[in-house]
Design a protein around this ligand. Structure first.
Ligand SMILES: [Zn+2]
Ligand SMILES: [Zn+2]
Length: 139
């Protein structure tokens, strides 16, 4: 499982690859990073709650770099004048190819932690706007 998030105590960015669960401490403030890891999470990375902040809801989405997609699109439009639109077509195809290839990433609604490369991520529900708003209003 690949894990990336901001430390809840000092907001320092953390990134780990953990083949099996282990307790990790923040690199800068030394506070535990998974204070809410459930037994199931420790066993098999099952998400019944976020191991980081304890929120009960997580979702999955395509691990697609939207910024990169946007930059490509702008490039394609900018160059289409010189390439008679061919660059736009190329960018669209490339975009679609990227989108098809990327895997899923699991995210926490509350702390925005991200989880990758675990079969448990595929079992998470899709993004839900209502839940998202609910957590936005909490903070
Ligand atoms: Zn920290
Ligand atoms: Zn969380």
């Amino acid at each position: 499982m690949d894990f990336s998030s901001f430390c809840p105590h000092c907001q320092c960015f953390q990134e780990y690859t953990l083949p099996a669960f282990e307790e990790k401490a923040c690199q800068s403030c030394k506070n535990p990073l998974f204070p809410h890891a459930s037994d199931k999470f420790k066993e098999s990375f099952h998400f019944n709650q976020c191991p980081h902040c304890g929120a009960a809801h997580l979702y999955r989405q395509k691990d697609f770099n939207r910024k990169l997609g946007l930059i490509l699109l702008i490039l394609g439009i900018g160059m289409s004048f010189f390439t008679y639109g061919i660059s736009l077509l190329l960018v669209t195809v490339f975009d679609w190819f990227l989108y098809k290839r990327v895997g899923e990433v699991g995210c926490c609604y509350q702390c925005k932690s991200q989880f990758r490369n675990s079969p448990e991520v595929e079992k998470l529900p899709q993004f839900d706007l209502e839940l998202h708003d609910y957590y936005q209003n909490l903070s």
